[in-house]
Design a binder for this molecule. Structure first.
Ligand SMILES: *Cc1c(COP(=O)(O)O)cnc(C)c1O
Length: 393
């Protein structure tokens, strides 16, 4: 099919909720994407953070294909090895807890909302979240999200959430009431424009939650699996959540998510308190396990730190040369460039030069390169980015 035919089918048969960039992707490998005309793009935003190991990681492919041939799906009325193995690996890598597997970030958030409410019943149900946060598009996740634009037209909103300014511990303290059961926060607000939590804020939040008997929920849907330089972002901060939420990169590119709850909370639910048909799917579990192994075997965390130092340094230097950059923010390979002007034209100019990036909050360019990106690829990306910035100023 040529691209005109594909586009016509999209226009006729797909509900038009997505902004599409006009690129027809044929295949991808590592940090590179090829379109259907053979043009090659360097991907600095692979899969919106899903392809943390780059596209089509060979170990993920191998594990997935092996599992596909053995067993594709059985529901959670059965036991199977891949689910047991990944649950153990995730708990051993995080904190003493138990796992509930989901299929997406929003579902991990929903699971946490339900677990917190169940744990706090009958008197406590309210969850404090941050302004500028993003927790997903389902009704509970929307209510948790601290940005009004996502809820427009979808009322009435699920009750039981209070939003407070990010990085302000006094604001959280003041918002606590007798109904409060939990506080949920992202270690780095990604969609919100790359705002990094202060270490002092997250530490104080952990202490506050334990003092007030509140659940401390970390939404690490985009910060986990090495993105910030440690396997989970909380490990940078010397604090441990009661509930940890995962998705995007955790399946090595395949769709899955997880909620890990501390042991003393995990057994709150009774049989059938919560469920999802695809959760813990054997193929996703095999992919997730392979991804976790690859992160360890390939020294990914060391590479994140190394490339991050170089990339952030070069971007600060670029800021001095480029009057359109207002600020460079980020941690690990989760980086934002706030511009003086809208970022969409830069995204377009970058794509013309063979570089894929993203823009959020109108003016913030987002760079989430693959965690195994090479120095030469970072250099090439920087060149193309600078050229794209020059084209708009
Ligand atoms: C992307 C994201 C979500 C939602 O995940 P989906 O898989 O799109 O439902 C939730 N929280 C954070 C922090 C995210 O980045």
């Amino acid at each position: 099919m040529d691209h005109r035919q594909i586009e016509e089918l999209y226009n006729r048969y797909l509900i038009p909720v997505y902004n599409r960039n006009g690129i027809f992707v044929a295949r991808a490998r590592g940090s590179w994407v090829w379109d259907n005309q053979g043009r090659r793009y360097l991907d600095f935003f692979p899969g919106w953070g899903v392809a943390a190991l780059g596209h089509c990681h060979p170990q993920v492919i191998l594990a997935t294909v092996r599992q596909l041939k053995k067993l594709i799906h059985v529901p959670n009325t059965f036991y199977h090895e891949p689910q047991a193995k990944l649950a153990e690996a995730l708990v051993k890598a995080s904190f003493p807890g138990k796992v509930f597997f989901t299929n997406s970030g929003a579902e991990s958030v929903e699971a946490a909302i339900k677990l917190a409410r169940y744990w706090g019943r009958p008197r406590r149900h309210e969850i404090i979240t941050m302004t500028g946060s993003f927790h997903g598009r389902t009704m509970g996740a929307l209510a948790a999200t601290g940005q009004a634009k996502y809820s427009e037209g979808f009322g009435p909103k699920l009750a039981g959430f209070r939003h407070v300014p990010f990085n302000r511990i006094e604001a959280v303290q003041q918002a606590i009431r007798k109904e409060t059961v939990a506080v949920m926060v992202e270690p780095v607000q990604g969609e919100g424009g790359i705002h990094v939590a202060d270490a002092s804020f997250l530490k104080a939040l952990g202490r506050l939650c334990s003092r007030k008997n509140l659940l401390f929920i970390l939404d690490e849907v985009s910060t986990s699996m090495g993105r910030t330089g440690t396997l989970f972002a909380f490990q940078r901060y010397g604090t441990v959540p009661d509930i940890l939420l995962l998705a995007k990169p955790v399946g090595g590119g395949l769709p899955m998510g997880a909620m890990i709850a501390h042991r003393r909370i995990a057994d709150t639910w009774k049989k059938s308190s919560h469920a999802t048909t695809f959760g813990g799917h054997p193929v996703m579990m095999a992919a997730g396990y392979a991804a976790l192994q690859a992160i360890r075997r390939e020294g990914i965390l060391v590479n994140v730190k190394r490339q991050s130092r170089y990339l952030l340094g070069e971007l600060q230097a670029l800021k001095k040369r480029s009057p359109v950059i207002r600020e460079v923010r980020g941690v690990g390979l989760m980086i934002g460039l706030e511009l003086m002007q809208p970022g969409a034209p830069v995204v377009t100019e970058a794509a013309k030069r063979g570089l894929l990036i993203n823009c959020t909050q109108e003016k913030v360019l987002r760079l989430y390169p693959a965690l195994n990106i090479k120095r030469s690829e970072v250099e090439l990306g920087l060149e193309r980015l600078e050229a794209a910035l020059r084209a708009v100023q």
